[in-house]
Design a protein around this ligand. Sequence first.
Ligand SMILES: C[S@@+](CC[C@H](N)C(=O)[O-])C[C@H]1O[C@@H](n2cnc3c(N)ncnc32)[C@H](O)[C@@H]1O
Ligand SMILES: [Zn+2]
Length: 500
Amino acid sequence: MPMDDIECNGEREMLDETPQEEPCSVRKDIPESTNGKGKRELKPPRVLEALSASGLRALRYAREVEGIGQVVALDNDKASVEACRRNIKFNGSVACSKVESHLTDARVFMLTHPKEFDVVDLDPYGSPSVFLDSAVQSVVDGGMLMCTATDMAVLCGGNGEVCYSKYGSYPLRGKYCHEMALRILLACIESHANRYKRYIVPVLSVQMDFYIRVFVRIYTSASAMKNTPLKLSYVYQCIGCDSFHLQQIGRTVSKNNSVRYLPGFGPVVPQECTDCGKKFNMGGPIWSAPIHDLEWVTSILADLKSMKDRYPAYDRISAVLTTISEELPDIPLFLSLHNLCATLKCTSPSAVVFRSAVINAGYRISGTHVNPLGLKTDAPMDVIWDIMRCWVKSHPVKEQPSDQPGSVILAKEPAFQANFARAVASLSKAQAKKVARFLPNPERHWGPKLRAGRQITSKHISLLGPEAVNGSLKHDHDDGDEEAQGEAKRQKTADPTLVS
Ligand SMILES: C[S@@+](CC[C@H](N)C(=O)[O-])C[C@H]1O[C@@H](n2cnc3c(N)ncnc32)[C@H](O)[C@@H]1O
Ligand SMILES: [Zn+2]
């Protein structure tokens, strides 16, 4: 679609406010440059902030990322676009020359600008699912799609059928549900990419606070796309003891330098759990290949340390990236030690003691950034239960009804004697170096505020805090609905780079 067909922030539409820095100049397109020897140099990356609201993020890209090119900010809400345009002006000449704002439906814009943006950033309210099909088409080959989802209740199994309709995957309510949420989103993006002979390579996948965010590169290759079924799995989770098992969707057979792509062998589990005798729920498909590029994470951590003073949130970013850098990359989900103990109704070994037993049995184990109590391991479930059986022998439990999953598990003798002697690698590197891995929230009532336009009522106390709610309810009486409703949006957009 030609730019003229949609409303954009041309000079005539600039609102009459005094800019903070130098006045805006008309945006100049960045020219293609050569290095004098006829070779083309890399052009500054173009960014699409598809759901920009007041433009906070687009402005931060323009002002804070060195070497950034044009930043296009979209929104289909008139008031948001007006605010964005005010904010562009307020943020001076760099913002004016780099950021442009359009009032348009992001889906139409992305569909009509295929393979145009080096970076597409999706930051919706709730689910990004309706934007994925167009977003995967708008990224250049090798470019990056960054995508947030805040509909954690859906992704974590609150309404499995809703998750299936939005993302094409069934979630399971395990302790690992937040990592499963990341992997459901990745599988969904891959599925949309595949429709256009494209595929993803995850760079970083993070679960924090109340949301998940993934950063994936997108490439085009009809042959590489054939590997997708090898990167996806169904998950069987026992309804009795929560043991879980992954079943890969596809497999390959290599013969005489040729590769055949075949459906995966199944089922990987019998009808009843071999540990406790109960049935399985089946979830997925999830992305079961690595979710981070660990080389990239390590290099970013090094960069971060070298510019520590420039990041007010240094401690938090460093804690998350350090934990991510230590996650076992080839283990999709994780165990919860507390959950294992809850099933057996036993006291819990310390994480170091449990980790040691796994390592001493010849397996790998790591933490996960998703859950401070989560443990990723390549030890099969029967080995895990044997370790727990050995633990219970020296830490006996009260007798339970014989049909309880814990009783069934403990009725079997362990197949080997677990060794709980402290193993050298039982502490993560971060723990050994005493680097914080999980930091508390920066303030009380940290989390998503209300979607703009929603009425604040007393039921929102847990979300906004009593002060905010009481204040808004009072406003509601004094000044009518609009004031109270604007409060939530103001809280979200309270930022020094913005005017309201
Ligand atoms: C969570 S807000 C974005 C916040 C913003 N990225 C930031 O960092 O401040 C989501 C925005 O998406 C906009 N939106 C929703 N559907 C849209 C669509 N189809 N096209 C364009 N914008 C849309 C909403 O108006 C809202 O302003
Ligand atoms: Zn079981």
